[in-house]
Write a protein that binds this ligand. Structure first.
Ligand code: GLN
Length: 207
């Protein structure tokens, strides 16, 4: 089965490892450039995006991750990870950068005050079946997105909180802290088709 890396600089790394193991993926903690070359897919966990950004730059991982994304590596980001996949950050800290890859603007800490953390039910037709129980913790929201960005789940008011663009998947909430495995399954399917060379992006088309 594919080898999925979890970027292990800060955040809820263990929860992702557990979720991946529950669906039968092999996992690896990613902390170096060499690790990035080994994995078939990469998860950017929840945590604090500005801290993960700073550590990634300090460890020389920003460029390799950007290059891997440009080369078509499947990446799934939850919460802070969604922010790290956004081409544009709204309300980032001064100097905060992202890896980018998804043509969207994401607002950090979009839910203020009493709704800083909440659990809600989402409609997510793209993953089929039952509605999603989603846990939001100082979560971001997608404010605007380009034509290549597909909404996978949205709030009742229509705002996107799960999106996909090619091999990149991002959720504002944390399926890794609930028994909701369908997003990790969807990611694994993206990874499998990329490994097989059938993802349609041509990123790894045979030479
Ligand atoms: N507010 C955090 C950030 O800006 C994200 C919170 C989370 O990942 N639960 O990165």
């Amino acid at each position: 089965s594919p080898l999925i890396g979890v970027l292990a600089l800060q955040g809820d790394v263990r929860e992702h490892v557990r979720a991946l193991e529950a669906i039968g993926a092999r996992t690896m903690l990613v902390r170096t450039r060499a690790h990035i070359d080994e994995v078939d897919g990469l998860i950017l966990p929840g945590g604090e995006s500005s801290v993960i950004d700073k550590l990634a730059r300090a460890f020389g991982l920003q460029d390799p991750i950007r290059r891997a994304i440009a080369d078509g590596l499947p990446v799934y980001g939850t919460c802070a990870g969604m922010i790290l996949l956004a081409d544009r950050i709204v309300d980032g800290i001064v100097g905060q950068q992202s890896f980018g890859g998804v043509d969207m603007a994401v607002r950090r800490n979009a839910f203020g005050g009493q709704t800083e953390s909440f659990e809600t039910t989402l409609e997510a037709p793209a993953i089929g079946g039952a509605p999603v129980t989603a846990v939001f913790i100082r979560a971001p929201v997608v404010e605007e997105s380009g034509p290549l960005v597909e909404t996978v789940a949205h709030l009742p008011d229509g705002r996107a909180v799960a999106v996909r663009q090619g091999n990149l998947l991002a959720t504002a909430f944390h399926p890794e802290v609930t028994e909701e495995h369908r997003f990790h399954e969807m990611f694994l399917a993206i990874v499998r088709s990329h490994v097989d060379g059938g993802d349609g992006t041509g990123a790894r088309a045979p030479l």
